[in-house]
Write a protein that binds this ligand. Sequence first.
Ligand SMILES: Cc1cc2nc3c(=O)[nH]c(=O)nc-3n(C[C@H](O)[C@H](O)[C@H](O)COP(=O)(O)O)c2cc1C
Length: 192
Amino acid sequence: MVTGGHLQIVVGGAGPAADVSPLVRAAQERSWTVTVTATPSAMEFIEPQPLGSLTGYPVRSTYRSSPGTGRSLPATDAVVIAPATYNSINKIALGLADNYAMTSVAELIGRQVPTVIVPFVNTALAARAPFRHAVASLRDEGVRVLLGADDLWEPHPPGSGNEQRKAFPWTMAFDTAAQLADDSRPAASGHA
Ligand SMILES: Cc1cc2nc3c(=O)[nH]c(=O)nc-3n(C[C@H](O)[C@H](O)[C@H](O)COP(=O)(O)O)c2cc1C
């Protein structure tokens, strides 16, 4: 059975970002602590204050620390990047680190922290060569990208994002991350 740890959720600027709270609660119910990092665009989609109260840590989007919040962050056992935009997926694959969230992600992947990316893109964006190359390159690097028939998560037709938002696979994202974290833990010695 998967034990708890610390989950870092990185939200991008797309509709499902507004629905991240249930993922936080689900993780907490399974003994995980959670922090939320947001891209600058994602700050327009979320409510940072209630999310910060829920996790116990302010939502981080910039390098500036919030006054009065000196709590140091726990070491991260798993990362869920969701919803991941076309923009951020392309940037992560190329190693671009032009904001706090992207820098964090670049470093966590480099440290081989188990990472799950859940894209929220329409079929037009998903058809672009840069995006297809980005997904292939991230998978090649060991990042779990939940996309395609095998993952039961497909790009949606342009204009249908609001409908698709309701089906966003938050639970699958967390279960996959928790499993990856579990798999990457050193095996117990087996001695009593
Ligand atoms: C209302 C709204 C909805 C958006 N929905 C999406 C989306 O579903 N997928 C996506 O890739 N980009 C979407 N975008 C565009 C991204 O927000 C934009 O590319 C932004 O630069 C992403 O920044 P980020 O990757 O740093 O979060 C949306 C923008 C707006 C204003």
